[in-house]
Design a protein around this ligand. Structure first.
Ligand code: NAD
Length: 423
């Protein structure tokens, strides 16, 4: 790749579903307004989600005059699928721009590889890929070409996580010993596009959202997980597909600490929540206990509305994750860690490009790699090099859940490996 002298990224978003609607597109629109993002193309499997995004009134209000280019075109019949179109749209992007992988979990790998092979930086939603071997291949490919792969673990950018990381690493909690975490997503997810892909062979609630809290404990403490067992509870989606709709996970960390993580698609749709999520880490110091507790569901704000626009009349509202608020500019601006996480990855990709300005060939590559190394070492942005324990846990969890909770052991030698514990 020649050194692109660009401080603005053109973006291709692959996937036009819930996460693109709720977090990615409004964040990218705001970055476009700030001059960080140039053109925006969105590719989906068919025109149905693209029509919904294009017609979303909240975007018209928040980002007046801003649009995206849809692939396939909006007038294609919604039942006509274009499974390979993302390849052509990615190929149309000049080198050194950015591809966002926002497709179902098991499909991230194909999108990320296509992006890297076309010399694009990557923002991938979590979990990066289902296996450790895939993450190693992605890391190698990205390193060879001097490209950033940022994994969008947005909870890292929640101020409470950043503060906890600093305090834990300063020794203020002593040592983590026992923990519990929970993320129960709403019941209505079962009626969404999830029913088409969230089947037993592709994903489960631990892999889907439990990964956030596994990543957070690693982010806060730096401890590596060594054993994972996950027991799933099966159920049937409205379309008849069978999936794991609940999951109880247990993760053992390298210092012997144990953590239980409960996940599911079943929080009441009318509940205030609008999901249920929390983290508790019990720790020990010199002859004293310590605790770190985050209530990630009720963040101190409740609204009782006179209408049903939010799906229920009474809701807990998270001002921390993602809200669109009035600001000094036109429309609305997104605020919260959902925006900051996407902003951090986009700005880092721009920083990588800038480092190579004025250089060519191997000099440009070396300059980009130096910035990438700094990002890996800092450990704030999740990258394949600094967050591969998540892929080990995902792979271990998938092995375990298919065997009714048999523990899968993670061994860290020169090259990490997995082993099922049959004893
Ligand atoms: N908090 C979070 O970090 C968070 C939250 C939700 C989802 N996610 C992740 O985001 C990903 C997508 O989740 P979602 O909720 O948006 O799912 P979704 O089912 O709502 O959307 C999936 C999208 O992928 C598109 N797609 C599928 N195959 C494609 C293909 N061949 N080419 C182009 N597009 C294709 C579909 O058209 C659809 O728009 C998952 O990996 C999920 O785990 C992360």
């Amino acid at each position: 790749m020649n050194s692109p002298a660009q401080d603005k990224l053109d973006v291709v978003i692959v996937g036009g579903g819930m996460i693109t609607h709720d977090q990615i597109l409004p964040s990218i629109y705001h970055l476009q307004r700030q001059g960080r993002i140039g053109s925006i193309k969105i590719v989906a499997l068919n025109s149905a989600p693209l029509r919904a995004l294009a017609g979303e009134e909240a975007f018209g209000e928040g980002f007046p005059g801003q649009t995206f280019e849809p692939f396939p075109a909006l007038d294609e019949p919604p039942e006509r699928n274009f499974p390979d179109l993302f390849q052509d749209v990615i190929a149309s992007l000049p080198p050194g721009n950015m591809v966002v992988a926002a497709v179902p979990d098991h499909f991230h790998d194909s999108v990320i590889r296509a992006a890297l092979e076309h010399d694009q930086h990557v923002l991938s939603v979590k979990p990066l890929v289902p296996t450790y071997a895939q993450s190693v291949e992605i890391e190698k490919l990205a390193r060879r070409r001097g490209l950033l792969v940022g994994v969008e673990y947005q909870k890292r950018f929640d101020r409470r996580s950043l503060d906890a990381r600093r305090a834990y690493r300063a020794g203020r909690f002593g040592e983590f010993r026992l923990g519990e975490a929970k993320m129960i997503e709403p019941y209505y997810y079962r009626h969404s596009n999830f029913q088409n892909w969230f089947t037993k062979e592709n994903s489960d609630p631990f892999t889907y959202v439990g990964c956030h809290y596994v990543d957070l404990v690693y982010f806060i403490t730096g401890l590596r997980p060594v054993e994972v067992s996950v027991r799933g509870v099966e159920g049937t989606f409205p379309n008849g597909n069978v999936g794991y709709l609940w999951a109880a996970g247990r993760v053992v960390w390298e210092n012997g600490a144990v953590m239980s993580i409960s996940d599911g698609l079943g929080y009441p749709d009318q509940g205030a929540g609008t999901n249920d999520q929390c983290l508790a880490m019990y720790c020990e110091g010199d002859d004293c206990g310590a605790v770190l507790k985050h209530d990630d569901q009720f963040r101190g704000v409740s609204h009782g509305y006179v209408d049903l626009q939010s799906g229920a009349k009474f809701r807990f509202v998270s001002p921390d994750y993602f809200r669109m608020v009035p600001w000094e500019g036109e429309g609305l601006k997104p605020v919260g860690y959902g925006f900051e996480s996407i902003e951090a990855i986009a700005l880092s990709a721009i920083r990588v490009n800038r480092a190579a300005e004025g250089f060519a060939g191997n000099y440009a590559l070396a300059a980009r790699r130096q910035v990438l190394q700094e990002i890996d070492d800092r450990g704030i942005l999740a990258t394949p090099a600094n967050s591969f324990v998540n892929e080990l846990v995902t792979e271990a969890a998938r092995l375990s859940i298919a065997r009714n909770g048999l523990p899968a052991m993670i061994e860290y030698r020169e090259s990490p490996s997995l082993r099922l514990n049959h004893s």
